[in-house]
Write a protein that binds this ligand. Structure first.
Ligand SMILES: Cc1cc2nc3c(=O)[nH]c(=O)nc-3n(C[C@H](O)[C@H](O)[C@H](O)COP(=O)(O)OP(=O)(O)OC[C@H]3O[C@@H](n4cnc5c(N)ncnc54)[C@H](O)[C@@H]3O)c2cc1C
Length: 435
């Protein structure tokens, strides 16, 4: 991923925070107004900056094209979405805490919706919805909350945003007293509300949706290899991008999940290779030939640098992390660039490398491809190390490593590669876990 792109997004978010801070300072008659009432000042600025960050978290969830240009790829956009939500939550939490500290005797009342002034109650309702949604996001794995239920709870953030907007509009504060700050905050929160409503209700219809029909399915243990033909327009996509897919099959929920496109962009049929992981994917046995599917996309930039550049490449896949490399390895075999491409398919056992024979066949097409199945649990097996990778390549400086697999494996591998001389810029990751 191009790191400068990620910086563009962070700079834009920072500018909106600085602008908010500057307008808030300008709303004061003098600096002493801020310094004489430090707790009140913390309360105000925490509320404003926390709100701006929450609006960003709603904008970042819209999957709009420009976000990938600003942050690098959609999985990275979701990483930033999570970070800004967490920082926003801390700031929003500070808002009533600072009020309570300022007025210790009545402190608790700032957390309870018991005020005669309804604009304050709206803010308190909004605060609690934010807190619960954020806590669920932080602890989703610890309490084993199924992803689709968490997703429903996350929709309540739209309600929290609307309540926050009403709170900001109705309450007597610097925002209402100083017009430029007021206009900025109302417009920005309005953008947050619009983003939330778009994702919750309109994306399904107005998003980049393509209709498909399943023409064949191959099943290997817990992996479903699904081929589909377009019913009207074909999904335009680049190499190894991913899309959100909702199968319309009997007895299967209509929810959409992200999967890599494992066919090539020029192929007539689109292919998805899906492993059973949780509640939803374990039901994919119900999907049959002839069923229809909606596909939204395409997203992600994992294959972009590989397609544009000619540096040697190393693909490291953990389990179903092989998905993006099914098309990238094939592409490497078909292209006439002279680079070397090594693919390490990491599985626990040999029999789990279900795409092994398909990938090995590509070695007949090009002498520049090298395939390795690294098994961690076979009698002579171990986890892949950077030293093994280095043994297979010509030049660390001219080799880009593409990694896709479980987060823990990717983190460990990245660290090991960097310790052994790979530059951070030459390691490209795709994360299958967006939360
Ligand atoms: C960019 C990307 C590309 C992916 N490509 C593939 C692929 O080619 N093949 C494949 O088998 N799997 C792929 N996955 C993983 C796949 O999306 C999950 O395994 C699947 O959604 C699990 O759903 P579940 O309900 O069965 O499991 P759950 O147990 O509910 O979810 C397991 C984990 O999957 C993720 N997840 C679940 N639902 C969603 C969702 N709607 N949106 C985003 N993340 C979700 C969450 O991190 C969750 O913790 C990809 C994921 C991402 C983010």
């Amino acid at each position: 991923m191009d790191k400068s792109k990620r910086k563009t997004g962070i700079i834009i978010i920072s500018i909106t925070l600085l602008l908010t801070l500057s307008l808030w300072i300008l709303s004061k008659n003098s600096i002493s107004e801020i310094t004489s009432w430090p707790i009140l000042s913390v309360n105000q600025i925490a509320a404003l900056l926390g709100t701006v960050l929450f609006v960003w978290s709603m904008i970042l969830a819209t999957r709009l094209d420009f976000l990938e240009n600003w942050f690098g790829s959609l999985d990275k956009v979701y990483v930033v979405h999570r970070r800004v939500s967490e920082i926003g939550a801390v700031l929003i939490l500070l808002h009533p805490i600072a009020l309570a500290l300022d007025d210790l005797q009545k402190g608790l009342k700032y957390f309870l919706p018991i005020h005669a002034n309804n604009s304050i109650n709206l803010g308190i309702y909004s605060f609690w919805i934010f807190v619960v949604a954020i806590l669920l996001t932080i602890f989703i794995r610890k309490i084993n909350l199924p992803y689709h239920i968490w997703k429903q709870t996350h929709k309540f953030l739209n309600l929290a945003m609307i309540l926050a907007l009403l709170h900001v509009i109705m309450i007597k504060s610097d925002t209402s007293a100083f017009l430029p700050l007021g206009i900025w905050m109302y417009a920005f929160v309005g953008l947050g509300v619009a983003s939330g409503l778009y994702m919750s209700f309109l994306y399904k219809y107005l998003g980049p949706r393509y209709d498909y029909q399943i023409v064949s399915i191959e099943r290997y243990d817990d992996i479903h290899d699904i081929y589909m033909k377009p019913l009207k327009k074909k999904l335009p996509h680049d190499l190894a991008q991913f899309a959100y897919v909702a199968f319309q099959s009997e007895g299967l929920s209509k929810e959409s999940h992200p999967y890599c496109v494992t066919s090539l962009p020029e192929d007539e049929l689109i292919r998805f290779s899906i492993k059973e992981i949780g509640d939803y994917t374990k039901q994919l046995g119900k999907v049959e030939v002839g069923d229809k599917a909606s596909v939204w996309g395409a997203y992600g930039r994992l294959g972009q640098r590989f397609e544009k550049g000619d540096e040697d490449a190393v693909f490291i896949a953990g389990g179903i992390g092989i998905a993006p490399f099914l098309s990238m390895f094939k592409k490497a075999g078909l292209e006439d660039k002279k680079r070397h491409t090594n693919l390490f398919y990491c599985t626990k056992f040999k029999k789990e490398a279900v795409f092994g024979s398909e990938l090995s066949k590509l070695l007949d097409v090009s002498a520049n491809l090298y395939y390795h199945n690294q098994c961690s649990r076979e009698p002579d097996g171990c986890h892949l190390t950077a030293a093994q990778v280095i043994k297979e390549i010509k030049d660390i400086k001219n080799t880009v490593v593409y990694l896709c697999g479980p987060s823990k494996m990717m983190k460990g591998m990245k660290k090991d590669l960097m310790k052994n001389g790979f530059r951070r810029n030459n390691i490209v990751l795709e994360d299958f876990e967006m939360i």
